[in-house]
Design a protein around this ligand. Structure first.
Ligand SMILES: NC(=O)c1ccc[n+]([C@@H]2O[C@H](COP(=O)([O-])OP(=O)(O)OC[C@H]3O[C@@H](n4cnc5c(N)ncnc54)[C@H](OP(=O)(O)O)[C@@H]3O)[C@@H](O)[C@H]2O)c1
Length: 335
């Protein structure tokens, strides 16, 4: 794997934050507390929000609007933390200004938009990565080593789910709002889908059944992915219930059970068919620092993609999610 080592060993690049909302706060705290990188600027559609964020996180420069942020010569890399509907436009803005970009998940609304961003990044020669932070977490690094050593034999099944009780949120909230590309899949389901792609690759078959919210986005989905003759992934996501959020990887010689919140820092247990079992449990504060460190390493080495989540890999995940949405009938305005 790449850099599960201390994120403080990553080079001190200079970040600009685009869209100082909920997740940008988490990212900023992780960068400040767990890396040597600097938060040098923040851009917001509201001067007040930019200033409050800057004060809270000790960011020296605020920009009124995103254009000024991406043109700021102090900034090496932009963290795009806007709603899904805006990712394409904001990533393209940063790329056009010659900046490296970390784009929050889901990367864009669909594969076509993702392809536009990928093409622009390749043409400009800048680094772009989807902020699928799970890939870089220590427990996932350790888990992939267990699989590579063959400790559970040949993997034949993955069961993973991510549900949160977000049903009470107003219909205008980005989670329920089709204009902001809401729905369970792009927000929560992207984790099990991306995890399945990470462990099992591109599925040969995709089958989804789901229920929509009154606003017309996916409220809940059950997804079956098929690979070859006998490998399958069973995935679930919902906006209406706080589910177990666990994952189980089934192999011919044992299984791995990943604890609650499989997608964030957590523990896992290897349970072999011969009775042997052991648990990996190394507490991690935060978690976003690992993906931030990955960007810093790659950018400093002049690379334009992360081998742990290549742009092709992001396109593949978007293609699977497009197919899931097609089957349950979720179309965003203007798609
Ligand atoms: N990795 C994770 O664990 C995690 C967790 C939650 C969310 N996310 C992802 O992070 C992204 C943002 O989610 P969030 O929960 O942080 O959202 P949020 O709290 O609503 O913040 C989004 C920010 O985007 C900016 N923005 C730009 N255009 C906008 C528009 N048309 N409508 C609304 N806001 C707009 C706003 O900043 P200004 O108006 O101040 O510029 C706003 O503060 C999503 O892609 C989401 O999936 C990731």
């Amino acid at each position: 794997m790449t850099h599960a080592d201390d994120p403080r060993s990553a080079p001190p690049i200079r970040w600009g934050i685009l869209g100082p909302g909920g997740i940008a706060n988490t990212f900023a705290a992780a960068v400040n507390h767990h890396t040597r990188a600097q938060l040098v600027a923040v851009g917001s559609r509201s001067r007040d929000r930019a200033e409050r964020f800057a004060t809270h996180h000790g960011v020296p420069t605020t920009h009124n609007g995103y254009d000024a942020l991406v043109r700021d010569p102090q900034v090496d890399a932009i963290y795009v933390a806007s709603p899904h509907s805006e990712h394409r436009e904001h990533a393209l803005l940063a790329i056009a200004a010659g900046k490296h970009v970390l784009v929050e998940k889901a990367f864009t609304r669909n594969e076509a938009e993702a392809q536009e961003v990928v093409d622009a990044a390749r043409a400009a020669g800048v680094f772009v990565m989807e902020a699928m932070w799970t890939r870089f977490l220590p427990h996932v690094v350790a888990l992939r080593e267990v699989l590579a050593r063959g400790e559970i034999g040949e993997v034949v099944s993955l069961i993973a789910d991510h549900g949160q009780a977000f049903g009470h949120m107003p219909t205008t909230h980005r989670l329920h709002n089709p204009d902001l590309a809401g729905g369970a899949l792009l927000d929560l389901g992207v984790y099990p889908v991306s995890f399945a792609h990470d462990l099992l690759g591109v599925p040969d078959t995709v089958q989804a059944t789901g229920s929509l919210t009154p606003t017309g986005v996916d409220g809940q989905l059950s997804i079956a992915l098929g690979y070859g003759d006998r490998v399958q992934a069973s995935l679930h996501t919902t906006l209406w219930a706080r589910t177990a959020t666990t994952a189980v990887i089934g192999g011919t010689e044992g299984r791995i059970e990943i604890a609650d919140s499989f997608y964030r820092p957590t523990s896992f247990t290897v349970i072999r068919n011969d009775g042997a079992r052991w648990t990996y449990d190394m507490p991690v504060d935060g978690g976003f620092q690992y993906q931030a460190a990955e960007v810093a390493h790659r950018v400093t080495q002049g690379e334009t993609e992360s081998p742990r989540i290549t742009l092709e890999h992001t396109l593949e995940v978007m293609r699977t999610m497009d197919e899931i949405r097609r089957q349950v009938g979720v179309v965003y305005p203007g798609e």
